[in-house]
Design a binder for this molecule. Structure first.
Ligand code: CUV
Ligand code: SF4
Length: 628
C-alpha cells in the first residue's frame, strides 16, 4: 500500500470513473478510496492473519518471534491461527454462493409445487437434460413434476448429500474424484462442509493447520461443484440458457432522458422480475407521462452479469463503479438483493434523489427502503419498485446530472451450451485447436475489484498479454466490465490476439475473451474443464488451463480460487489473502498444494509478470500432454 496520497491516475484506468471521482470530490462525497486511505496503514496482525477473536479468553494477537506472545491464551500458534481464520474466510465465501443457490432451489421447488406463477420453466430441454444427468427419469413427466423432483434432489445435496456426495460430482473426471477420496476432501453436502468448518475452527477442535486447510479445500469444492453449480444450472432452467448477443458497458449506458434503474447484487430472481416489469408497456407509458423517454435498466456486479448473459441488459460497471454510478445524479433507483453491496451506497444515494431499495430478508440496509420479494409476490413487488423509480425520476435534479462518454459495445452470452454449440455440439474442435497449438490453452479471469489496486489495470493487461500468447480467456464477475470496457469482448479484438487464436476467433466470429457469466457461473468454467478432461481421458490438472482473480477482494473469491486449485487448476491472485503470518499455510498455498491436489496459487500484482508465469505453467502442461 502506497503511503503517500495516490493521484487519481493511480486509482483507476478509466475516464468514466475519473470523472465521477472528481465530481464526488467536488460534491463532498466520500468514496471507497477515501475510506481506504482512512484505514491505511492496516493493522499488521490482521493483515497477516495473526489476530484471533474466536473466544473470550482472547482476543489474541500472535507474535511468532516473541517468546511471550507466540501463542494465544489457549496455546494456538501462528500457523493454527492463520489456518482457523482462513478456514472461516473460505466457509463464508462458500456459504454466500451456496445460499444464493438455495434461493434458486427454493424457487424451482415452488414451481414444482405450483406455488408460484411469477416464475416458470423457460428452458424445458435443459430441465430434462439436467434431471437425466443426475439420474432422474423424465419419461411421461411434465415439467412441474420434474422440477419438484430435481429440487428435492438438490435439497439433499445441501444437507447430507445424495449418497454423501454431491450430484454434480459425477461430472468430475474419475482420477480427480479418486484423488479427492484419497486426500479426504471429496465434498459431501454444501451446508455440511460449511457447518463442519465452523465446528472445526472452534477453540479446541481441529488444531492442525494443514488439516484445517484441507477442510477449507473440501468446503470450497462443495461450493464449486455444489452450491454455485446448482445456482447456475437452475438459473438457466428458470430464466433461460444464455446465447451469444450484443450489449454495452460503462457509465454511458445511463440515459439522461430515461428513468434509470440499476440492479445490484447477485441473484437473478429479483433482477429478472424487475426487468419484466420495466419492459411492461403500462409502465413505459407511465414513465412517458412523467416526462421520461422510457425506462432504462442497467446492471452492476453479478446480478448485472446474470441479466447481461441472458437478456443483453447493459452493464453500468463493476464493484468500484457502484458508488460512482450514483454520483452521476442520473440513477433514480438502485435495487439490491445481496452480496458486494457497499453499505456506503445508501449514504451516497441520500446525497441525491436516488431511491435505494433492498429486497431480501437476508440483507437489510439501514436507511434503505425495504420491499421484500419472494416467489409468491415477486411480480407485484417489481411493479411497485418500477412505480417508485418513475416517481423518483420526477424529483431528479437534471442540473446535477453528468453522464460520462458513450458506452463500449461488447458480446456476451457464452454458456457452455453456446460454446459447444458454436463448435458444432462437441468439444472436439476445441481439443483439436489445443492440440494444434492455435489455442495454446485457456485461462478464466474472474473476480472483483480492490481499491488497493488500480481499478481494472491488472484485469485488462493480463487478458491482453494472454491472448497475445494464443491463450483463450474466459471471464466472469467484475472482470467482465473491465475487459468489456477495454474492448476485448468484441470479435474485432481478435486482431490483438496471437495468430493462432486470431484465426480461430475470426473463423467462429467470436471474441478472444468470452463472457461466461457471474461469479456462481465460474461453475461453468470448471464444468467445461471437466468436459475437456473427460474427452481427453485425463485429469483436470493435466489440462493447459489456469485461473486468475487479479483484483479480488471478497471471501467468495477466496472460495472460488480454492475450488479451482482443489479441482486441479493453477490459480493466480493479484494480492494475497490474510495468511502471510504463517509460513506453513503460505508455503502450502504457494506450492505445497501441488503435491496434494496437483495445482497451487501464485500471488503477483504485476499483470505482465503474472502472464509470464501462467504461460510457463500452460506450456508445462502442454509438454506433459505431449504437445508442443
Ligand atoms: Ni459475485 S464477488 S465484487 S460482484 S466479482 Fe464483483 Fe461478482 Fe467480486 Fe462481488
Ligand atoms: Fe485467543 Fe485461542 Fe481464544 Fe483465539 S481461541 S481468542 S487464540 S484463546
Amino acid at each position: 500500500m502506497a503511503k503517500e496520497k495516490r493521484g487519481i491516475d493511480d486509482l483507476t484506468l478509466w475516464d468514466d470513473a475519473k470523472a465521477m471521482i472528481r465530481k464526488a470530490e467536488a460534491e463532498g462525497i466520500q468514496t471507497v478510496w477515501d475510506r481506504l486511505e482512512g484505514q491505511t496503514p492496516h493493522c499488521k496482525f490482521c493483515e497477516t492473519g495473526l489476530t484471533c477473536k474466536k473466544c473470550v479468553m482472547g482476543p489474541c494477537r500472535i507474535k511468532p518471534d516473541s517468546e511471550k506472545k507466540a501463542h494465544g491464551v489457549c496455546g494456538a500458534d501462528a500457523d493454527l491461527t492463520v489456518a482457523r481464520n482462513f478456514g472461516r474466510f473460505v466457509a463464508a465465501g462458500a456459504a454466500s454462493h451456496s445460499d444464493h443457490g438455495r434461493d434458486l432451489v427454493e424457487t424451482l421447488a415452488a414451481i414444482g409445487a405450483g406455488e408460484t406463477t411469477d416464475y416458470v420453466i423457460k428452458d424445458s430441454d435443459k430441465l430434462r437434460r439436467i434431471a437425466g444427468e443426475v439420474g432422474l427419469s423424465t419419461d411421461d413427466k411434465d415439467d412441474k413434476a420434474i422440477a419438484a423432483e430435481l429440487a428435492a434432489l438438490f435439497t439433499r445435496d445441501y444437507g447430507f448429500g445424495s449418497n454423501k456426495r454431491l450430484s454434480f460430482a459425477a461430472r468430475v473426471p474419475e482420477k480427480r474424484r479418486e484423488l479427492w477420496e484419497k486426500v479426504g476432501i471429496a465434498p459431501r453436502g454444501v451446508d455440511w462442509e460449511v457447518v463442519e468448518m465452523m465446528h472445526r475452527t472452534h477453540m479446541g477442535v481441529d488444531s492442525d493447520a494443514v488439516s484445517i486447510c484441507l477442510h477449507a479445500a473440501r468446503t470450497s469444492l462443495s461450493d464449486g461443484w455444489g452450491g454455485s453449480m446448482i445456482a447456475t444450472e437452475i438459473s438457466d432452467i428458470v430464466f433461460g440458457t444464455p446465447k451469444p448477443g450484443m450489449t454495452e458497458v460503462n457509465l454511458g449506458v445511463l440515459k439522461k432522458d430515461h428513468v434509470n434503474i440499476l440492479v445490484h447484487g447477485h441473484s437473478p430472481i429479483v433482477s429478472e422480475m424487475l426487468l419484466a416489469s420495466a419492459r411492461d408497456e403500462t409502465f413505459i407509458q407511465a414513465a412517458k407521462s412523467a416526462g421520461a423517454a422510457g425506462i432504462n435498466v442497467a446492471g452492476l456486479c453479478c446480478t448485472g452479469n446474470e441479466l447481461l448473459m441472458r437478456q443483453g441488459v447493459p452493464m453500468a460497471g463493476n464493484h468500484l463503479m457502484t458508488e460512482l454510478t450514483i454520483v452521476t445524479g442520473a440513477v433514480d433507483l438502485m435495487l439490491v438483493d445481496y452480496q458486494c453491496i457497499m453499505p456506503s451506497l445508501v449514504t451516497i444515494s441520500h446525497c441525491y434523489h436516488t431511491k435505494f431499495v433492498s429486497t431480501s430478508n437476508k440483507a437489510h440496509f439501514t436507511g434503505a427502503e425495504h420491499v421484500e420479494f419472494n416467489y409468491k409476490n415477486a411480480r407485484e413487488k417489481a411493479d411497485q419498485v418500477v412505480r417508485m423509480a418513475i416517481e423518483a425520476f420526477t424529483e431528479r435534479d437534471q442540473s446535477r446530472v453528468q453522464i460520462p462518454q458513450g458506452p463500449m459495445q461488447m458480446m456476451t452470452g457464452f454458456s457452455n451450451e453456446a460454446i459447444l454449440g458454436a463448435l458444432g455440439g462437441t468439444p472436439d474442435p476445441l481439443i483439436e485447436a489445443i492440440k494444434a497449438g492455435s489455442v495454446r490453452g485457456a485461462v478464466g479471469i474472474v473476480g472483483c475489484n480492490n481499491p488497493k489496486l488500480k481499478q481494472d489495470y491488472v484485469h485488462t493487461n493480463l487478458a491482453k498479454e494472454l491472448i497475445k500468447r494464443d491463450i483463450l480467456v474466459l471471464c466472469t464477475g467484475c472482470a467482465t466490465s473491465a475487459l468489456g470496457k477495454a474492448g476485448l469482448l468484441m470479435p474485432e479484438a481478435a486482431s490483438q490476439a496471437g495468430d493462432g487464436l486470431k484465426a480461430v476467433c475470426e473463423s467462429l466470429g467470436i471474441p478472444p475473451v468470452l463472457h461466461v457469466g457471474s461469479c456462481v457461473d465460474n461453475a461453468r468454467i470448471i464444468h467445461l474443464c471437466a468436459v475437456l478432461a473427460n474427452a481427453l481421458g485425463v485429469d483436470i490438472a493435466d489440462l493447459p488451463v489456469a485461473a486468475s482473480a487479479p483484483e479480488w477482494y471478497s471471501e467468495k473469491a477466496a472460495a472460488i480460487g480454492l475450488y479451482a486449485v482443489a479441482s486441479g487448476i493453477f490459480t493466480h491472485l493479484g494480492l494475497p489473502p490474510h495468511i502471510t503470518g504463517s509460513e506453513t499455510v503460505t508455503n502450502l498455498a504457494l506450492g505445497g498444494l501441488d503435491d496434494v491436489v496437483g495445482a497451487h496459487f501464485i500471488v503477483e500484482p504485476d499483470p505482465f509478470k503474472a502472464a509470464e508465469q501462467i504461460d510457463a505453467r500452460i506450456q508445462a502442461k502442454r509438454t506433459g500432454l505431449g504437445l508442443t
